[in-house]
Write a protein that binds this ligand. Structure first.
Ligand code: NAD
Ligand code: TYD
Length: 352
């Protein structure tokens, strides 16, 4: 079996669901259920003997030790993190705690566990650290996309904390021979994404007839990858990635934010027309994010060359599925838009 941290969040939940469907191998999920963690994401696994959910913190060394010795996983896939750049600007402490100290705690617990394994399970053991392209910093319009050799230049408290965790993972491999792998992926979108991130926020606001807040001039560029493609990439790296290596994962799909929002609006106009007019009328320019990275782009040739992975979805197919999922799962959206969600919206948008 495998141990997945952060499996009640957006990508982690998609990964656990896809993993069980694709491989059938049992999973223990460890998740602290912060505002971003939602047991409803894994509700379809209730009563499934292949899945165990543990409510707990990756910073809790005794708990992690106990889970490793009780369940004896052959791998750890580490998603748990604070993941939202805007929240990291308002409150960086939680990012240092979970992303840096939490990763350190997991690495140390997993290293102790791995050291004591017999030679065959020891040789097979893997620790896969899920990271982001944001550690590489910001690109100019003509710069080449991020390759794995690009120097780290993190600019936000979020990306700095992820960069720190990547460095710990690298050092644990280099110093202790610990069997670690790292993936650095671009912006994901798809089902179960918390509506604080661009695409689900725009869908939720558009359906509610609320303003669609565009930071700055809306020309910041991100590379977008449908979440199930990221999950497939992680399965490939876990199965066949070279130890100690990092693999960049991306969708070959760079787009400015404004284009993303117009695409979402056009799909909503088609699937859920608003009698008051086109959804794009709600687009509103607001004060920019401090330190807002201008452009991210991923050179995903290494993972294709070494592991044969390429995204299966195009942006057109992925965004259509995503909008349809949110339309079909309005209850899920309503549940996560709880009191704490409203506090966040006030805090981030009221003063802009
Ligand atoms: P998310 O915020 O949706 O989910 C994070 C999960 O981690 C939540 O379930 C939360 O409860 C859990 N968690 C937080 N702190 C914890 C702690 N101390 N102990 C245990 N669990 C804890 O994040 P996501 O978007 O699913 O991202 C998952 C991972 O992928 C992160 O490491 C993130 O840096 C990385 N990543 C995300 C993207 C993206 O576009 N969302 C892109 C590249 C990489
Ligand atoms: P986000 O989904 O927060 O991901 P990240 O900052 O990790 O790339 O934001 C994606 C882009 O959308 C980013 O350039 C910021 C921008 N954005 C807005 O313009 N308005 C918003 O309300 C949000 C949440 C993001």
């Amino acid at each position: 079996m495998i141990l997945v941290t952060g499996g009640a969040g957006f990508i982690g939940a998609n990964f656990v669901l896809d993993w069980l469907r694709e491989t059938g191998e049992p999973v223990v999920t460890l998740d602290a259920l912060t505002y971003a963690g939602n047991p409803e994401n894994l509700a379809s696994l209730q009563g499934d003997a292949r899945h165990v959910f543990v409510h707990g913190d990756i910073c809790d060394r005794a708990l992690v030790d106990r889970l490793l010795s009780e369940h004896r996983p052959r791998a750890v896939v580490h998603f748990a993190a604070e993941s939202h750049v805007d929240r990291s600007i308002h409150g960086p402490a939680a990012f240092v705690r979970t992303n840096v100290e939490g990763t350190f705690t997991l690495l140390e617990a997993a290293r102790d566990y791995w050291t004591m394994l017999a030679s065959d399970p020891k040789a097979a053991f893997r620790f896969l650290h899920v990271s982001t392209d944001e550690v590489y910093g910001s690109l100019g319009p003509k710069d080449p996309p991020f390759a794995e050799t690009k120097a780290y230049e993190p600019n936000s408290p979020y990306s700095a904390s992820k960069a720190a965790s990547d460095h710990l993972v690298r050092a644990w491999h280099h110093t202790y021979g610990f069997p670690a792998l790292t993936t650095n992926c671009s912006n994901n979108y798809g089902p179960y994404q918390f509506p604080e991130k661009l695409i689900p926020l725009m869908i939720a606001n558009a359906l509610a007839g609320k303003a669609l807040p565009i930071y700055g001039d809306g020309r910041n560029v991100r590379d977008w990858l449908y979440v199930s493609d990221h999950c497939a990439a992680i399965r490939e790296v876990l199965a066949r990635g070279r130890l100690g290596e990092t693999y960049n994962v991306g969708g070959w799909n760079e787009k400015p934010n404004l284009e993303i929002v117009h695409t979402v609006c056009a799909l909503l106009d088609e699937l859920r027309p608003d009698p008051a007019g086109a959804h794009a009328r709600l687009i509103t320019y607001v004060t920019d994010r401090p330190g807002h990275d201008r452009r991210y782009a991923i050179d995903a040739r290494k993972i294709e060359r070494e592991l044969g992975w390429r995204p299966a979805e195009t942006f057109e197919t992925g965004i259509r599925k995503t909008v349809a999922w949110y339309l079909d799962n309005q209850d899920w959206v309503a549940h996560v838009q709880s009191g704490s969600y409203r506090e966040w919206v006030d805090r981030n948008y009221a003063q802009r």
